[in-house]
Design a protein around this ligand. Structure first.
Ligand code: PBG
Length: 331
């Protein structure tokens, strides 16, 4: 057949495929989300096979293992005992609370590890919402932002490198920047959850932390899964307010949103492969229907290809170990 253009020539051997490869995964792209709890025991999380809520001693070990494999950062999610949950979420700014103690333990043991924290009220608030709930059920924006600033300052005092507001309140990035700067924390960075959708994919996470809303849903603050122009509006806003990095969440079902942000900002972009995305891969593999390792790597590669610089993923440690072994994933 006279055929001058034969794209298969560039796919004919692992060596050529590796030369023409456009997107690479590396442990350096991963941020490892870790759940923490009080006490000296670890509790496996039913809704997220392979994940645990760690006690502080084992949190440090788990983070150390991931860091030794090249993962540069972790992000912390606490399970707060019910008796400490209040309508105003006071525990979120307690310097002796679980998160600040975890930050101090990590920074002391692993000074080169970047420690990131989630800034939102849902683990601390007796209503299970990311913001303060008024008696009539409305989520109060400006009152919430004041509490979030106290929470971020508490994390900064404990040594957090990056605070990541996941609450989706308006004006929180600017308020956090002002608050951090006013207290001398000019080096603490803000990773804004810029386009966080009201997603059913968070279900397993809420099970892990008992943090599901007691009433209503999160649709007055998290975004409508139907919208992408609105994500660009949030992007412009967070950038103008001083965010250092932006996030899209979930990741896999929102690759177009990642690509749209990539085309519209010079800031680094993170994507969060959330609990439901993780669980679907785990469940498919547990049933013997898909190859867990290959689907895991393909899902992560797709997120990078869409334009994410970094990925928050529960697979961080496993994928990092695999990349270490295979030097790039066996093409
Ligand atoms: C809450 C928060 C959620 C997740 C991260 N931070 C849940 C929610 O918004 O209801 C979800 C993460 C996941 O599903 O893996 N501030």
């Amino acid at each position: 057949m006279p055929l001058p253009i034969r794209p298969r020539r560039n796919r004919q051997s692992p060596a050529i495929r590796s030369l023409v490869c456009e997107t690479r995964l590396s442990p350096e792209n991963f941020i490892y989300p870790l759940f923490i709890q009080e006490g000296s025991e670890n509790t496996p999380i039913d809704s997220m096979p392979g994940c645990c809520r760690w006690c502080l001693a084992d949190l440090v070990k788990e983070a150390a293992e991931a860091h030794a494999l090249g993962v540069p950062a972790v992000v912390l999610f606490p399970r707060i005992p019910d008796e400490l949950k209040t309508p105003m979420a006071e525990e979120s700014a307690n310097d002796e609370g679980l998160v600040p103690r975890a930050i101090r333990a990590l920074k002391e043991a692993l000074p080169t590890l970047t420690v990131m924290t989630d800034v939102a009220l849902d683990p601390y608030n007796s209503d299970g919402h990311d913001g303060i709930v008024a008696p009539d059920g409305r989520i109060l924006n400006d009152e919430t932002v004041e509490v979030l600033v106290e929470q971020a300052l508490c994390h900064a005092r404990a040594g957090a490198d990056i605070v990541a507001p996941s609450d989706m309140m308006d004006g929180r990035v600017e308020a956090l920047r002002d608050g951090l700067d006013a207290h001398g924390f000019t080096e603490v960075a803000i990773l804004a959850y810029t386009a966080k959708y009201a997603s059913a994919y968070y279900g397993p996470f809420r099970g892990a932390l008992d943090s599901a809303p007691k009433s209503g849903d999160k649709k007055t603050y998290q975004m409508d899964p139907a919208n992408v122009r609105e994500a660009l509006r949030e992007c412009a806003e967070d950038e103008a307010e001083g965010a250092d990095m932006l996030m899209v969440k979930p990741a896999g079902p929102y690759l177009d949103v990642i690509a749209a942000l990539r085309a519209n900002t010079t800031l680094p972009i993170a994507a969060y492969q959330v609990s439901g995305e993780y669980l679907m891969i785990k469940a498919g593999a547990a049933g013997g229907w898909i190859d867990e390792t290959k689907v895991m790597m393909e899902s992560l590669l797709g997120i990078r290809r869409a334009g994410a610089d970094m990925i928050l993923t529960y697979f961080a440690k496993t994928a990092a170990a695999l990349l270490r072994e295979s030097c790039g994933g066996g093409r």
